[in-house]
Design a protein around this ligand. Structure first.
Ligand SMILES: Cc1cc2nc3c(=O)[nH]c(=O)nc-3n(C[C@H](O)[C@H](O)[C@H](O)COP(=O)(O)OP(=O)(O)OC[C@H]3O[C@@H](n4cnc5c(N)ncnc54)[C@H](O)[C@@H]3O)c2cc1C
Ligand SMILES: NC(=O)c1ccc[n+]([C@@H]2O[C@H](COP(=O)([O-])OP(=O)(O)OC[C@H]3O[C@@H](n4cnc5c(N)ncnc54)[C@H](O)[C@@H]3O)[C@@H](O)[C@H]2O)c1
Length: 449
């Protein structure tokens, strides 16, 4: 079999893989990219971007509903079919434009999962390829739930492409995806239940703010079952039946569709990593600070599938950049990540950056926790918004801001001010001394600190 040779072979065409491939090709290296699905990756095709397009409609709906009788007459409703059509304008263009962008740089494209044959050799589309450097950027994929009937479950890809919203939906998992989609579906008119095996939703986020969000979600009609062991799912004539157990009590629910939103795992099962001598664990490909694999020095990994950092888009792009620099110039660039803000796009948003209250109390001798309910502040009142909470954490000795947690309809934006403040070691005084636009949500950060 003829062997095709490349300088760099990238597996995965998401933000991480694209960043490596384009930088290496621009530096004159001979590059190939393989993807087993449509090119462009999760964020653009079936993640952040299509989700935010759908969310735009529910944002308008919620604002209008809250102002009903206060200068706005009547409630709006979602036309799901038209909204899907609008979203498809974004997603349908993505694979072709990604392929064209890569091909224009002289990059060879493969449309299948490669498999390692040895440390430098892969097999793809029936051909042998060899590369000096192989980059694994395959992202995450939904975790298969080990329950009877798991093949009947839908996942986030299916939700984002739903032609029609069923009247009743169940989500298994109250994490980022379950909560975001539950809010969207409930606002678009579905009856939603979320079942989670844990004691509470959104475990990485501040428990007090999560409790506020859950209260509001319940008022919207979303039902929650925590501490539940899901046992099986079965298909009835038109519906699905899900069986679960809470505190030894057997229960069941019927719904039009049941979604598995119980977490995502590294997408590595098709790569035959053992043959490539690539060390990996439950978090992904094991890498050093140069993002080079610890057992196969020809391999780098970046994005969600590397075993460090949160699986978020901005980090995937940054990791892709670090890998490209280390391939082009030799290992010169370590991954130094500043504090990373994160947001759950429910309405209101729940956003967080830096230390939690508990982490800060463990880390510093004395901390100041400034927390409050801001629903009487002007921004919430002018929009008739019923939920607005914050918790800001300062190191008492230095007055530096070390953590920020916000629940508000603008938290996805406001949190970025705190990300900058923490990275630049700013104090409460620095924030108070800054002039922000008024009236704006960001101006509220002065009162928070
Ligand atoms: C529903 C949803 C919503 C999200 N919302 C947000 C958000 O709002 N903000 C945010 O920051 N993050 C969000 N994320 C996470 C974000 O999408 C990921 O962090 C980001 O896409 C990771 O980029 P990546 O390049 O590492 O991997 P990916 O974008 O997942 O790309 C990996 C690529 O590798 C391909 N691949 C996998 N296995 C193989 C194989 N064996 N062979 C060949 N190709 C393979 C895949 O098909 C894919 O195209 C969301 C994720 C989901 C699922
Ligand atoms: N807005 C964003 O930035 C955004 C949005 C979506 C996804 N993401 C990324 O994708 C990752 C995955 O998101 P996710 O929502 O799939 O996972 P997650 O880890 O956030 O949540 C999974 C939830 O499922 C529950 N669970 C696990 N096993 C269960 C079981 N057997 N039965 C019932 N419940 C079970 C867990 O207790 C948890 O609450 C996130 O960590 C995040 O990094 C980010």
């Amino acid at each position: 079999m003829e062997v095709k040779k490349f300088d760099v072979f990238v597996i995965g065409s998401g933000i991480a893989g694209q960043t490596v491939a384009t930088n290496c090709a621009k530096a004159g290296l001979k590059v190939a990219v393989a993807d087993k699905r449509e090119f462009g990756g999760t964020c653009a095709n079936r993640g952040c971007d299509p989700k935010k397009v759908l969310l735009a409609a529910t944002e308008v709906l919620e604002s209008a509903a809250l102002m009903d009788g206060k200068g706005v007459n009547g409630k709006l409703e979602i036309n799901w079919k038209k909204l899907q059509k609008f979203k498809n304008n974004f997603t349908e263009a993505e694979p072709k434009s990604t392929e064209e962008k890569l091909k224009d740089l002289g990059i060879t494209l493969y449309h299948q999962s490669p498999q390692f044959l040895d440390k430098n050799t892969l097999e793809v589309e029936g051909k042998k390829v060899q590369a000096k450097k192989i980059v694994i950027a395959t992202g995450y994929e939904p975790r298969v739930l080990p329950i009877k009937g798991h093949k009947l479950l839908r996942n986030s890809d299916d939700f984002l492409d739903l032609k029609e919203l069923p009247k009743k939906l169940v989500f298994i998992g109250a994490g980022y995806i379950g909560m975001e989609f539950a809010h969207m579906a409930a606002r678009a008119g579905s009856k939603v239940t979320i079942i989670d095996s844990g004691k509470r939703a959104l475990k990485p986020f501040d428990a007090d703010l999560v409790a506020e969000l859950i209260n509001y979600s319940k008022k919207m009609g979303i039902e929650f079952v925590f501490g539940a062991q899901v046992e099986k799912v079965e298909k009835l004539r038109k519906k699905y039946k899900i069986y679960f157990n809470t505190k030894g009590k057997n229960q069941s629910l019927k719904a039009g569709l049941v979604f598995n939103t119980a977490g995502r795992v590294p997408a590595v099962s098709k790569l035959d990593l053992e043959k490539g001598e690539v060390e990996h664990n439950e978090y992904g490909i094991v890498v050093n600070s140069f993002l080079q694999n610890t057992t196969n020095e020809n391999v780098y990994a970046c994005g969600d599938v590397s075993d460090n950092e949160l699986p978020l888009t901005p980090l995937s792009g940054r990791e892709g950049y670090v890998v490209s620099q280390n391939i082009i110039h030799g290992n010169t660039k370590k991954l130094n990540t500043p504090v990373v803000p994160s947001v759950v796009f429910t309405l209101p948003h729940l956003a967080s950056v830096g230390y939690s209250e508990k982490e800060a109390k463990n880390r510093y001798k004395n901390v100041i926790v400034r927390e409050g309910n801001a629903k009487k502040w002007f921004n919430a009142k002018r929009k008739n918004y019923p939920v607005y909470n914050y918790k800001i954490i300062l190191n008492k000795r230095t007055q530096e801001i070390v953590g920020a947690h916000i629940l508000s309809p603008d938290a996805a934006e406001t949190i970025n001010i705190f990300a900058m403040a923490i990275n630049k070691k700013m104090t409460a005084g620095d924030i108070k001394g800054t002039i922000f636009t008024y009236p704006s949500w960001i101006n509220d950060v002065k009162s928070m600190v």
